[in-house]
Design a protein around this ligand. Structure first.
Ligand code: NAD
Length: 333
């Protein structure tokens, strides 16, 4: 596997995870900084011929050491890098959010289909045991259908675009905390509804308290979603505070992840029947091994490109509802 983009997430999470995995390992990198690539080659023990730049991704085609490219660049570059990897004949794991727009998601899915390669999204929680158990509870209806859902995710962002923070740059980030952190809430809500998408959304942007950072993107956004079966959800995505919670309720019980629900710590699941202790896993190692096994055995992906596209459709509906103040249909089909 090759990592494309050697920033914070690759350096501190995915690289170390790839030292623990049993079914995949790091065999190359794609980076704009060749000296950094050489350091990774030494640290992870792969040959320097497996260092590529974004401009030479087409040459991945002739490289038998790399089966999968994991795209870990800023959101606004996911489409370009995913399509380049697919054209070189490699399977792709693309970080969340899948892209800036649904239109980009369609192009990515199309490119992977045309090349006959898999497209997966870096939704690590689909491989985390507590979250997997919440999915099971929803699917098997142990408590009946969950009809009230609430989630929030965010952190206090401190640096402006001028300090090199691409998350404050609309073009590279696609939007604000909804793209970066809210996508986890969107994901969890759909998990709790057995992967159904909401039918309609209402939403509003929160106040901009630090205009020096939030000149291009929202500082926070809150939304309400209604699902086809009448279930109602409230969500919040924010760069104003550290928050990470998720709770669902039904006629016969409730379940809650964390807090924190979405960070790298184990999101302990508590339900109205008590809590069960699941073994702590390294989330990224579990995800990488899980995805490698799906590829090796031909099983469907838990976190597919189509799922990433659905989430962008929901995100686009939240933005449009917040802008127009209207109840907005979700076109996730
Ligand atoms: P980062 O800024 O630390 O790293 C981004 C990398 O992309 C850098 O190495 C940078 O050099 C490279 N890059 C290539 N072209 C660039 C350009 N034109 N402008 C800026 N950088 C460019 O960011 P990160 O925190 O590692 O996030 C990368 C991706 O991973 C994002 O999509 C983010 O949402 C995702 N992410 C996911 C998780 C998760 O838990 N799944 C956690 C963190 C980040």
């Amino acid at each position: 596997m090759a990592l494309a983009g050697l920033g914070s997430y690759s350096t501190h999470q995915l690289g170390p995870a790839l030292r623990q995995t049993s079914h995949c390992r790091l065999t190359g990198v794609i980076t704009g900084d060749r000296a950094k690539g050489k350091k990774w080659a030494t640290d992870y023990g792969f040959p320097e011929k497996n260092i590529f730049s974004y401009d030479t991704m087409a040459q991945l085609a002739g490289n038998p050491d790399i089966d999968v490219v994991y795209v870990v660049t800023p959101n606004g570059l996911h489409a370009e890098h995913t399509i380049a990897a697919a054209k070189s004949g490699k399977h792709v794991i693309c970080e969340k959010p899948m892209a800036n727009t649904v239109a980009e998601c369609d192009a990515m899915i199309g490119a992977c289909k045309a090349a006959g390669v898999r497209l997966m999204i870096g939704y690590r929680l689909h491989y985390e045991p507590n979250t997997v158990e919440l999915k099971r509870l929803a699917r098997d209806k142990d408590f009946g259908a969950f009809m009230r859902l609430d989630g929030a995710n965010g952190f206090r962002m401190r640096s402006p675009k001028s300090a090199g923070n691409w998350r404050a740059d609309k073009k590279l980030a696609g939007g604000g905390p909804l793209m970066d952190m809210g996508v986890y809430v969107v994901q969890a809500m759909c998990m709790a509804k057995v992967e159904a998408a909401p039918a309609t959304i209402t939403a509003r942007f929160g106040p901009i308290t630090r205009p020096e950072i939030f000149s291009e993107i929202e500082e926070s956004v809150a939304w309400e979603a209604e699902f086809p079966d009448g279930a109602k959800a409230t969500g919040l995505a924010t760069y104003a505070e550290n928050v990470s919670r998720f709770r669902v309720e039904s006629e016969n019980g409730w379940a809650q992840l964390g807090p924190p629900a979405f960070y790298y710590d184990t999101p302990v699941l508590t339900t109205s029947r008590g809590s069960v202790k699941y073994p702590r896993v390294h989330q990224q190692a579990a995800q990488l091994d899980g995805m490698a096994l799906e590829l090796l055995t031909g099983q469907p992906s838990r976190a597919s490109g189509e799922m990433g596209r659905r989430d962008l459709a929901i995100i686009e509906a939240v933005y449009s509802a917040a802008k127009n103040g209207q109840r907005t249909p979700v076109n996730a089909g």
